[in-house]
Write a protein that binds this ligand. Sequence first.
Ligand code: NAX
Length: 324
Amino acid sequence: MSKKIITITGAAGNIAYSLIFRILSGNIFPQDNKIQINLLDITPVLPSLTGIKYEIEDCAFRNLDHVMITDDPELAFSESDYILMVGAKPRTKGMQRADLLLDNASIFKKQAEIINKAAKKTTKVIVVGNPANTNALILQHNAHNLPAENFSSLMKLDQNRAKSVLSDKLNQKVEDIKKLIVWGNHSATQYPDINHVLINNSRDLIHSLDSRWIEKKFIPRIQNRGAEIIEHRGKSSAASAASAIYDHLNILVNGSNDWESMGVIRKNSYDISSDIFFSFPLKVEQNKISVVDNVEISDLSYKYIKESEKELLTERNIIRDLLD
Ligand code: NAX
């Protein structure tokens, strides 16, 4: 019997409240594996973490080994196999992205230094707290004892949103839609790309789509879906984000037979800077992520992709002082 230790930061927050239970009731790991769950948050919310710990225990999950609640990042990170970096300030209605960036950058720098000191070199780190791609950059730079390949940022929510909207439009099952990727940043410059999509191994249905629908409806809808949720809920996506984090972790652990979207820092054939976390088409085998290079890109696609790179380079400039 083996044990996996999963740390969730921001464990008293909205996303974590769905994520913890999704992971423990899911089937990412073999049946006989036990899971220790480390819940990290800031000191004032420790009472809330105690309540969550009791709720987890009350579920009587058969794969649960142990729940640890703490406000000490060193305790939370050492021994972890996977660290899910959710803890951050969420963007509220009307808040500018640059303000969010500076607010959260210092949290990620401090936590990176602790990961560098305390975490195992094999620990995989998934970054969710926004701006996720740039926070991943801060983490990776300041936790350089871990290989850069161990870090990825969440783009799966965007990819799931794109698959769902397309499946609805074409009246097809989401699981039959393959090679739908999202390039770039987890922001309104992201580029959901249907140019390589196969539905039941065919492109016929994609060819039937009106290009005006793709440009004027589909792409902006996915790019702005986060804001659309905030507009309606008054809060940012939580259950769907947790579901996407579950999918991302599952893909890292078990691999995937589709093209996947994650923010990674990699050399690539697309003339995109290898100094930023950028979402490319990816092949993921068990614990190994590689960029699918040399996919044909139209001029219009390239324009979108370069726009997202430009935004990430601007974000990088804002937090340059925090990079070692
Ligand atoms: P909440 O505000 O509900 O929870 C955040 C939690 O983080 C709080 O409990 C807070 O106390 C904790 N926290 C703050 N500083 C901390 C620190 N230094 N150490 C540990 N914990 C700390 O936000 P929630 O809705 O859960 O969202 C969390 C993050 O996910 C936000 O940054 C949000 O913008 C981001 N998102 C990212 C998505 C993605 O696809 N990459 C999608 C969903 C979500 O918007």
